[in-house]
Design a protein around this ligand. Structure first.
Ligand code: ADP
Length: 276
């Protein structure tokens, strides 16, 4: 397959995280506009943002399924995530793009928080047909804990490694990884490049407290490192920055954090595909 790109639309960029189930329509439309002329294989993944985090946090589903009162939250989370998927699909369809939704709950299972089974054949087929698979962070059934949370960032690295993506782009509401959370520390500095030499300090910088059910910037950095260590280029960039997505898709430099591939060896990619 020609160069495969995975693009994650962060929940903080495409929803208003302060208000339950509120989409950021201008950002979604701007993303769809910038994708209009892009014709190479592409998998889209959207985060849950305010369509999922409030329900997961309130129900405690992040720690597994412990009582029947949590079941309603599973249904509701799936319902609202489906609504966000449809909003994104509508924006893309209106601009001539051809998304097809895939819900990870239907093709991934966990055991003790680790992937037990994953079925990617339909996604491969969709790509071969030149459709754009649209996935999202999701709840997934877990053999020992009942239910688990599969973050959008984790599914981006999982699918990226299994399908041999050449790059994974993680779009968020900040320019990249900073020395500290830029929203609470305005003097924080942007880290332009992550390499084997500085990755430990970048991990520490991103580990700050997060109100998110899926681990915030720390999870993003962990998944980006997993990709880079296995030879896949990864960027964290600002999806709300005008034209940043178009530029990065065209291979142009933008402001952001680039995770330099540690090795481009195909062998390493094959090994990680088996492990992921
Ligand atoms: P998304 O929903 O887009 O996947 P998250 O909300 O999970 O993104 O994570 C992005 C947020 O992480 C930013 O809005 C920022 O407030 C926070 N953050 C915490 N520490 C850092 C850091 N060191 N650099 C950049 N952002 C950080």
């Amino acid at each position: 397959m020609q160069q495969l790109t995975i693009l994650k639309l962060g929940g903080s960029a495409i929803t208003d995280k302060a208000r339950e189930c509120t989409p950021d329509i201008p950002t979604i439309q701007s993303v769809a506009d910038q994708l209009r002329g892009y014709d190479l294989p592409l998998i889209l993944i959207h985060g849950g943002g305010s369509y999922a985090h409030p329900f997961v946090a309130e129900s405690g589903l992040g720690k597994g399924l412990r009582n029947r009162s949590q079941l309603r939250f599973i249904s509701e989370t799936e319902f609202y995530l489906g609504q966000l998927t449809r909003i994104i699909c509508a924006s893309l369809l209106l601009r001539g793009k051809l998304p097809v939704p895939f819900h990870p709950m239907s093709f991934v299972t966990f055991d003790n928080g680790k992937v037990k089974r994953i079925m990617l054949d339909p996604i491969r087929k969709a790509l071969q047909s030149r459709l754009a698979p649209l996935l999202h962070g999701d709840l997934v059934f877990d053999e020992s804990q009942g239910i688990g949370v599969l973050s959008g960032d984790r599914i981006a690295s999982l699918v990226g490694l299994r399908l041999g993506a050449s790059r994974v782009l993680l779009g968020s509401d900040v320019d990249g990884v900073y020395s500290r959370n830029p929203k609470t520390f305005p003097g924080a500095t942007l880290i332009a490049e992550v390499t084997p030499g500085n990755f430990r300090s970048v991990l520490r910088a991103s580990r700050g407290p997060s109100g998110d059910a899926t681990g915030g910037m720390g999870e993003k950095v962990r998944q980006a490192l997993q990709l880079a260590k296995n030879g896949c280029e990864c960027y964290i960039f600002n999806l709300k920055e005008k034209n940043a997505l178009r530029k990065i898709l065209e291979g142009n430099r933008i402001t952001g954090t680039r995770f330099v591939p540690w090795t481009s060896s195909r062998r390493s990619l094959r090994q990680s595909r088996r492990k992921a």
